[in-house]
Design a protein around this ligand. Structure first.
Ligand code: ADE
Length: 242
């Protein structure tokens, strides 16, 4: 999967890209993640990327020009063709035709969940737009964006952390990214249930033991215990999932 991230703060992604499972997935060429600095595409002298909202009101709105140009660059690098030579309407049409999903991270979007992560993990490429200030000009959304996604009912300072959440949850579902595929099958949300409790050594720690059934070696009973625990935890914490 190839991921292009349009952002004003590419450095926010350095931690994510250089640690742990995502770092290994990049090294193993399972995923390629490229940050595109929106400001580099601003055509005005001062590289300004925001302006006052028409109609008044608080805050600033990200202007369309740098976003359209940065998106065009992302598309042409994904299509690996000389799209610079074509006119802009062709490129927008091509985006829709090729159905390269362009995701705008916004608290107004559809709330992200495991099903959506699974759906996105099947795409060969994704483009993310990270907004700041009071958001982006609506014409960007109307023309370029295929999906508006929120990571929850709260407001963050920008779309970078939400994009990282979506990319992380999606990337780990790409075959081969998480080495033990079993851990994806059993985990929370994989079948609309929260995961059962896990224990490891030592068998006794500060006076606390481990449920005897897990030490019994009786696989069928262990499976049943885990299923019951999953159901119990889900009913208690997330009755909406049951
Ligand atoms: N940008 C700001 N808050 C957000 C949220 N909750 N989800 C996605 N993008 C956001």
């Amino acid at each position: 999967m190839v991921v292009k991230i349009l952002t004003l703060f590419p450095q926010m992604f350095t931690g994510m890209l250089n640690e742990s499972i995502i770092k290994r997935a990049i090294e193993d060429k399972k995923i390629d993640i490229d940050c595109i600095q929106i400001r580099d595409y601003a055509s005005n002298k001062h590289k300004k990327v925001d302006d006052y909202p028409y109609g008044g009101g608080a805050g600033m709105v990200m202007t369309p020009q740098p976003l359209f140009d940065a998106h065009e660059h992302a598309l042409s690098s994904l299509n690996n063709t000389k799209t610079e030579d074509k006119n802009k309407n062709d490129q927008i049409g091509e985006c829709k035709k090729n159905s390269i999903r362009t995701i705008y991270m916004t608290p107004k979007g559809k709330v992200f969940n495991q099903d959506l992560a699974t759906e996105l993990s099947k795409e060969s490429s994704l483009i993310f737009i990270c907004g700041h200030y009071e958001g982006v000009d609506q014409r960007v959304i109307d023309t370029l964006v295929t999906d508006e996604i929120s990571i929850g009912d709260y407001v963050l300072t920008g779309g970078e952390i939400p994009a990282m959440v979506v990319i992380d949850a999606t990337a780990r579902l790409i075959p081969g990214v998480v080495s033990n595929e079993e851990s994806i099958v059993d985990e929370s949300h994989s079948n609309n249930l929260l995961e059962y409790p896990q224990y490891t050594r030592p068998q006794e720690f500060r006076g606390m033991g481990v449920p005897g059934i897990l030490l019994s070696g009786h696989h069928k009973n262990i499976e049943e215990w885990r299923k019951n625990k999953s159901l119990e935890i889900t009913k208690n914490r997330r009755p909406d999932l049951v």
